[in-house]
Design a protein around this ligand. Structure first.
Ligand SMILES: Nc1ncnc2c1ncn2[C@@H]1O[C@H](COP(=O)(O)OP(=O)(O)OP(=O)(O)O)[C@@H](O)[C@H]1O
Ligand SMILES: [Mg+2]
Length: 344
């Protein structure tokens, strides 16, 4: 029997837990040749995560159903599709996973209507390369100019967040595909293929793979580092922990839904909300500011407010209207917006 659950949602970092995951099911095994630590060193978790998580773990207690679904996605090597009201903690979940399982910097891919699959995989700056080549040629005529610029193709190829997440590593990366419902109609379908196969090709490199020195090319990654790509294909090893978020602005195609684990996050209340407040403002902060927490959860009951509004209200009142000072409730109400004022 394996160690279930691997992710416990306690916020206590434990680097060894992910190694306790049983092997993937046969149909989710990927065989990219793993890069050694000397070939690619995943950067540590960065301030993008600590900004969202606060700096006082343990993190909010998650509901047991959420923990089960998150672990199901980890065991099955399937993406998590997270839905829920604005501010319910969907995007932050990716950071919580990376923090607790110690999986390094979170790769973030924010989706807008113009986002195409290719930008998530890689970009090739052909114009930049051409310009550098021209400058170099000019340099050869004018001896004052520096020449001998490194024009190798890998310097002009940069893997996007999805491309970087698929590098063959023994420990999975965490990839946040944020607000997938904002995408153009084709993106979810295009994504499906890559997520199924766990690999993609870079035609610019595939074309030169049989030339001398073209077999393995160092390219830039979303982490700002260089990684070797062999034969022009990126093929994953440990399937990344993919968190796709959606505010439910539109439906996704059934084949995508079938290949994801769907988790709906309820707006944080009770212990979970208290823990979030403490994560950002320190132990006991939920008690110190219970008037605001109460206002947030009960004023205009039935309408969920984004948690950010409560955090903003606590921060500001801490500065200018501490507990029991006049005008505190009015200021908080103003920030949190009356649910019927449309200011949400
Ligand atoms: N696990 C957590 N620990 C500490 N703070 C958290 C946690 N989860 C969420 N928060 C806080 O709650 C707020 C809302 O979270 P988040 O932005 O992840 O919500 P969301 O569901 O992605 O919202 P939106 O739909 O607007 O993108 C953030 O300010 C974040 O810092
Ligand atoms: Mg979000």
């Amino acid at each position: 029997m394996s160690e279930w659950p691997i992710y416990r949602g306690t916020g206590a970092p434990d680097r060894a837990r992910v190694e306790l995951l049983p092997p993937p099911p046969r149909w989710r095994r990927f065989d990219g040749v793993p890069l050694g630590e000397d070939e690619y060193r995943v950067p540590d978790i960065d301030s993008a995560s600590s900004r969202r998580l606060g700096d006082r773990p343990p993190l909010p207690i998650q509901d047991p159903r959420a923990i089960e679904l998150i672990n199901a996605a980890l065991y099955l090597r399937r993406p998590l599709l997270v839905t829920g009201e604005p501010g319910s903690g969907k995007s932050t979940l990716a950071h919580a996973l990376a923090h607790e399982l110690q999986l390094g910097r979170v790769l973030q891919w924010p989706v807008v209507s113009r986002t195409e699959l290719k930008s998530g995989l890689y970009t090739y700056d052909a114009i930049g390369r051409l310009q550098d080549a021209q400058l170099d040629r000019a340099g050869t005529q004018d001896t004052e100019q520096s020449h001998g610029r490194d024009l190798s193709i890998g310097r002009y190829i940069r893997l996007g967040p999805l491309g970087t997440a698929l590098l063959p590593l023994e420990r999975p990366r965490v990839l946040l595909i944020d607000e997938l419902d904002k995408s153009d109609i084709d993106l979810p379908n295009d994504l499906l293929n890559v997520v199924e196969e766990g690999e993609f090709g870079i035609p610019e490199l595939e074309r030169i793979a049989d030339r001398p020195g073209g077999r393995t090319v160092g390219v830039l990654t979303d982490d700002g580092l260089r990684a070797p790509v062999a034969g022009g294909r990126v093929r994953c090893r440990a399937f990344p922990v993919i968190v796709m978020t959606s505010n439910g602005e539109r439906e996704f195609p059934a084949p995508l839904l079938r290949r994801c684990i769907h988790l709906h996050l309820d707006p944080p209340r009770g212990d979970r909300l208290a823990a979030m407040v403490q994560a950002h403002f320190g132990d006991g902060a939920d008690q110190e500011h219970r008037d605001l927490v109460e206002l947030f959860t009960t004023d205009g009951a039935g309408t969920a407010r984004p948690t950010d509004q409560l955090l903003n209200a606590i921060f500001l009142t801490q500065q200018v209207a501490p507990p029991d000072s006049p005008g505190r409730a009015e200021l908080a109400r103003l920030l949190m917006g009356s649910p019927d004022s449309g200011q949400r």
